[in-house]
Ligand binder design. Sequence first.
Ligand code: SF4
Ligand code: SF4
Length: 322
Amino acid sequence: MGWTELKTEVLAGGGCRIEGKLPPGVAARSTAGPGAGGAGAVFFSSGGRRVRVPLGTDGPAVLTVGADGSATLSCNGETMEGRVEAVGLHCPRQAFVTVSESCVYECAYCPVPQCRGPRKTVEEIVDLVGEIADSVDAIALTSGVAVSIEEEEEYVCRVVAALRRFDLPIGVSIFPAPTTPARLHALGVTEVKFNLEAATPELFAAHCPGLPYEAVWNALAASVPLFGRGHVFSNVIVGLGETDDELDACVDRLVGLGVVPVLRPLNPVAGCRGRARPTAKRLSRAARHLRSAFERAELDPSVALSMCGACTGCDLAAWRDL
Ligand code: SF4
Ligand code: SF4
C-alpha cells in the first residue's frame, strides 16, 4: 500500500488514535469544513502530501507522534513516516477564518447551523490574521449565512477590504449571490470556491432546502473568466446518494467550465448522521476519473493558492495524491 491507499483508508475511516504527546500548535479545531464542531484534527504530511487526520478513537488509523513532530501514520496494516504540521488557523500554511459561525439554512450534511456561533467582527478577523500573517502563504474566508445571502456577501466584502493590508492571496468561499464573483474580484480576491455540494439538482433540493442550485453553477461559470482556470473551486460531496455516473457527469461539467472539483467524502454529521461514509474503493475511482478529466481539459489544479485546493487535507487530490 502506498500513499494513495493510506490516505484513502484514513479518509474513509473517520477517526484516529494518537500515541505519544502532540507538540504544541499542531491540533486544529474547526468551525467550518467537514470537521466543524468536531473533536479536532492534526495534519500529517509525507513527501509533500498531506492528510487531515480527525482525532477520535472510532477510526482505524493510529498516529504515533514524537516530541519533535516526527510521526508515523498507520492504517489497516500499512505504515508511513512523516511529520505532523503546524497549523496556521484551521489548517497548515493558511489563515483560514470562518466569518459567521451560524447559518439560517439547514443543509443536511452541514454542522454549521448547529454551531450557533457568533459572527466575528472585522477587527477580530484582522487581529487573528495579523497574529500569524508572517507564517502563512494565504488567507481564506468562509462563512455561514447569518442573515441572508446578500447581507453575508456585503459583510464578507468588508472583511476582504480590511484584509488586503496583509498583501497575501485571499480565497473566499461563501454561498454566492449573482453579484458575488464580480464584487470579490473587484476587491482583489485571488480565488473563489462556490460549493455545489450535491452532484445532481434533485439531491441538492433534498439536502439544501431553500437554496438555489443553479445560482451556484451560474456563479462558477461567471468566476472562471475573472479569476482564471484552476483558481475557481467547488466542493462536491461523495456519498449523498449519487451514482458514480452522476458524480462523473458533475465533475465533467465543472472541469469543462475550468472549475476544479473538490471531491469531499461525506462526513456523517448533522442530518446525515448514521449514513455510511463512501468506501476507499469508491473514493479512489472518483479521484481517478477526476484526474483523467483534468488531463482531457488540460486544466492544472496544482496552481491553487488557497483554501481546500491548496490544503488538500480532506480530499483525495487527483494531482497530488494519486
Ligand atoms: S448554506 Fe448550507 S452548507 Fe452553507 S453554512 Fe449554511 S447550512 Fe452549511
Ligand atoms: S481541505 Fe479544506 S476543509 Fe479540509 S482542512 Fe484543508 S482547508 Fe480545511
